[in-house]
Design a protein around this ligand. Structure first.
Ligand code: TAP
Length: 449
């Protein structure tokens, strides 16, 4: 059995991909279990070398991976190149981990006490369709570094770069079965990671709705789970900010990847005294946002991922107070023009994740009001604070309940710094110096003397 993968820029079929059965998932977990035993017993330096070799092969194929992502996901080529390079960087970064996963020697009476970081065994990784390569690498690189095997399930909409990464891992010399990519539906393949007793940990990135189900299933199995879920992040602009910079950068903060970004700043909160001026500056920046063929070097935004998703995004504009819109091409692709909406805090558009190129602008009065509004959502993933006042930046960044904030910038993702959400945006952290440890359990051993 197979399923068809569609190019969102043309709406035409791109590839046929296998739809795995339960038996095939079980076979993948069995071969991952066999591979893991050998991998975990390798010298740490040998695991580090293997991950660096994988990184080198990804670098050598970066352009091919980027072109594939352009076609499967509609990402602009510039972004797709960054994503492929980022996967290699993440692998190189966690290649440093096997030799640094140190336990403690703890002073106790009557002997010597030591802790060890033991791998879980097989880690099941479930990823969404919005950033297929990068999000997968945030889990598989540290999991492998810590001595685990990985079975990765990409989203059915965007499996192609993940499948290619599976082939590249083998080309790089990773042991057979150690890193497998298995395609199929979430309710079959993803669910089996949850219920299979041979999968020691699950990493799930996707919607809060499905993530909650996955977490409940893992709880029944007493299985650890990392969750990276939805967001409704605020871009907070104070009256003392550099308004020109804040307005010029705001489109990129929400329309990047056509708004299909868990960190999208899909609410812009603007202090009332500069609200009109900010909108005046924002309008030309939105008009200048280049939407079109993602294979063109100058394109900033491609299509949405599917016709069904475009319908969902469009439904948010029913009855909305649209201030202005950018442009989008005609044609068969799943196009949607960047859209700026004026909203009230209770509006659906100001509360729910849209996952499309639509931003709600809301005024606020003072610092306390900004923090209250920013926190007035079930989510807590990312956010930005624009102000020239350092004390205010510190107070507001401590007051906003989000896992990843930036001041006078919209940067959320760096491989060397922790990433993840508070509240309904997730559980646990990825990336940064501690992530490999999150793929281990602490064992304590006491030696009587
Ligand atoms: P989902 O519909 O939740 O799907 C995510 C993944 O889970 C897909 O691979 C899906 O498989 C699989 N899945 C579906 N049902 C499942 C089940 N019952 N058990 C196990 N796995 C199952 O999300 P999406 O629409 O692909 O992605 C958009 C969402 O992801 C947004 O909410 C976005 O904010 C969130 N997201 C969060 C982050 C971070 S880092 N916080 C990053 C990116 C995206 P199939 O679709 O193939 O069936």
């Amino acid at each position: 059995m197979t399923f068809t993968v569609i190019d969102p820029t043309t709406a035409l079929p791109l590839a046929e991909v296998p739809r795995a059965t339960l038996d095939e998932v079980d076979a993948a977990v069995a071969s991952a279990t066999r591979a893991q035993a050998g991998w975990a017993s390798l010298a740490p330096v040998a695991r580090a070398d293997a991950l660096r070799a994988f990184a080198r092969v990804v670098e050598q194929h970066a352009e091919e991976l980027a072109q594939l992502e352009v076609r499967n996901s509609g990402h602009p080529i510039g972004s797709a190149r960054w994503e492929a390079g980022h996967v290699a960087q993440v692998l190189n970064y966690y290649a440093g981990a096997p030799e640094r996963l140190m336990g403690h020697q703890i002073p106790v009476a009557g002997g010597i006490d030591m802790t060890f970081h033991e791998p879980y065994g097989v880690v099941g990784v479930i990823v969404p369709w919005n950033f297929p390569m990068t999000i997968a690498s945030w889990a598989f690189a540290p999991a492998l570094a810590a001595g685990n095997a990985v079975v990765l399930k990409p989203a059915e909409l965007t499996p192609l770069t993940a499948l290619r990464l599976g082939e590249l891992a083998r080309e790089a010399g990773l042991p057979d079965g150690l890193f497998q990519v298995i395609t199929g539906s979430g309710s079959v393949v993803g669910q089996r990671f949850v219920t299979h007793p041979g999968v020691g940990k699950v990493v799930f990135t996707g919607s809060t709705e499905v993530g909650t189900e996955v977490a409940a299933g893992c709880a029944r199995m007493l299985k650890p789970v990392t969750l990276e879920l939805g967001g409704k992040s605020a871009n907070i602009v104070f009256g003392d900010a550099d308004l020109e910079r804040a307005a010029a950068s705001a489109p990129g903060a929400v329309f990047d990847n056509a708004g299909q970004d868990c960190c999208a700043r899909s609410r812009i909160l603007v202090q009332r005294g500069v609200y009109d001026r900010f909108l005046e500056l924002l309008e030309p920046a939105v008009a200048a946002w280049r939407v079109g063929d993602p294979s063109h070097e100058s394109t900033q935004m491609g299509p949405l991922i599917s016709a069904a998703h475009r319908d969902t995004v469009a439904s948010f504009l029913d009855g909305a107070d649209v201030a202005f819109r950018g442009s989008a091409p005609d044609g068969d692709g799943f196009w949607f023009a960047p859209t700026v909406v004026l909203a009230d805090p209770g509006d659906r558009i100001a509360r729910e994740e849209i996952f499309g190129p639509v931003v709600a602008v809301l005024p606020f009065d003072d610092e306390a009001d900004a923090i209250r509004l920013a926190n007035d959502t079930i989510y807590g993933l990312a956010g930005s604070i624009w102000t020239e006042n350092l004390g205010r930046a510190a107070r507001v960044s401590r007051g906003v309940k989000s896992g990843v904030l930036s001041v006078n910038s919209h940067s959320s993702v760096r491989y060397a710094t922790p990433f993840g959400g508070m509240k309904a945006s997730g559980l646990g952290r990825e990336l940064g110096p501690d992530a490999a440890e999150h793929f281990t359990e602490t064992k304590n051993v006491f030696f009587a003397t």
